[in-house]
Design a protein around this ligand. Structure first.
Ligand code: CTP
Length: 396
């Protein structure tokens, strides 16, 4: 579930900090659409802003290209939040007065989304009764503010007026658009997808795992505020926003990547790790001959979940998945104790769960087994993450 902002860049020396803000927001999975005021273009160029954001930087009312008359309104409706940074005295006054004299002020008047302003101006301008009146007016209208900070200013004066730092603005953005983040400060790890175990340069042993459930869990953990690392085997889905992705191919690589991500607070093992690998990998393609077909000698792969669940740096909460085709709950209960995990999420994979969008699971813990109704894999992920948040909160 990716989020986006409309960033209105005003004309102030602090405009350069918006470049860092766009970059950091992107790292956190937040997409930035941008409008630069006429004065703003004196400080940052549309080219730099669009290169960083990956979208056209809009500059005035008559620069909407092929967009319709409704273009500027759409721009304010397609995002989750409108951010004004730097919010100059002029932009604040325009917004407080309800003016619609250029693209920036028109967008502020047209939006139905929350607005966050990061003021930046000379200390006397900030303290001026007119600015203070405008800020009070906007606050009464429900506009949010971050900063200004106090400090030495570019104009050699000292006091309140410095724009908040990009990370402070980002924290305010996240608080407004991401809702409650019960896993803020928590480190999480997810394994997902299949592993491919090579036989020769063109062939491998693999399985039908699509990675959908693991990717949905990683996305839900990140949305709940967890610093999330996703160790993924080969899959064909896009990485979730705001997640650190480590791509691997084999079980051995998955184990190494998982170990390198420790310590974490919670680890969820959704990967369908190949239990065996060809003992030998041919350096060249194995050729077809007229003789009998080759037989493949297998070696046992490491059990990643069992190994992490017994590691010195064992996460506080270790959650396994159990893919079963019969006696689902009984087998999963045994698997939970055999692998030393706290919870095991059991699913019946005999009816096309691999690659599907929906699943039906049982969650098994020391407290017993809980049957969940069939639902979308994203809903399973959200419900599991809510359960994780509750468990970590209780344990803390
Ligand atoms: N798992 C793992 N490493 C392995 C095999 C499994 O980390 N080499 C993890 C899976 O990610 C899952 C759990 O162990 O969380 C159970 O996987 P599953 O395939 O159901 O069980 P297996 O241990 O492979 O046992 P079996 O195939 O006999 O059911």
């Amino acid at each position: 579930m990716s989020k986006s902002i409309l960033l209105i860049i005003g004309g102030g020396i602090a405009a350069y900090k918006c470049l860092d803000l766009i970059r950091r927001a992107k790292e956190r999975g937040i997409d930035s659409r941008t409008i630069i005021t006429k004065a703003g273009t004196e400080f940052v160029t549309p080219l730099t802003v669009s290169a960083l954001s990956g979208h056209k930087a809009h500059t005035d009312m008559f620069d909407l290209g092929s967009e319709t008359e409704m273009g500027h309104i759409q721009l304010t409706r397609m995002v989750d939040l409108v951010v004004v940074a730097p919010a100059t005295a002029n932009l604040i006054a325009q917004a407080a007065g309800g003016l619609a004299s250029d693209l920036a002020s028109t967008s502020l008047l047209a939006t139905d989304k929350p607005v966050l302003m990061a003021p930046a101006m000379n200390v006397r301008m900030w303290n001026h009764p007119a600015t203070q009146r405008n800020v009070a007016r906007l606050k009464a209208d429900g506009v949010h503010f971050v900063g200004p900070n106090e400090g030495a200013m570019a104009c050699n004066e000292y006091g309140p007026g410095r724009m908040a730092e990009p990370l402070e603005i980002l924290a305010a953005i996240e608080a407004l658009i991401l809702g409650p983040q019960p896993l803020k400060g928590v480190h999480a790890l997810v394994t997902a997808g299949p592993t491919h175990e090579p036989l020769d340069p063109v062939r491998f042993l693999g399985n039908r795992s699509s990675g959908k459930q693991g990717y949905a869990i990683a996305a839900a953990l990140a949305a709940a505020g967890a610093e999330t690392t996703l160790v993924s085997g080969p899959v064909a889905i896009a990485p979730p926003a705001g997640v650190k992705l480590i791509k691997v191919e084999t079980a051995h690589e998955m184990l190494a990547a998982t170990e390198s991500a420790l310590p974490v607070d919670v680890a969820v093992f959704t990967a369908a790790v190949a239990d065996w690998r060809p003992e030998e990998i041919a350096s060249g393609k194995i050729k077809k001959t007229s003789g009998p077909p080759p037989s493949i000698k297998l070696a046992t792969n490491p059990d990643i979940l069992a190994s992490i669940a017994r590691a010195k740096l064992r996460p506080r909460l270790v959650i396994g998945f159990a893919a079963e085709t019969e006696n689902v709950v009984v087998q999963a209960v045994q698997k939970r104790s055999k692998k030393n995990c706290d919870w095991i999420v059991a699913n019946d994979v005999s009816h096309g769960v691999f690659g599907a969008d929906r699943n039906k699971v049982h969650v098994i813990s020391a407290d017993g087994s809980e049957e969940w109704p069939e639902m979308d894999k994203h809903d399973i992920a959200n419900r599991l993450v809510a359960r994780i948040a509750k468990a970590l909160e209780t344990a803390a």
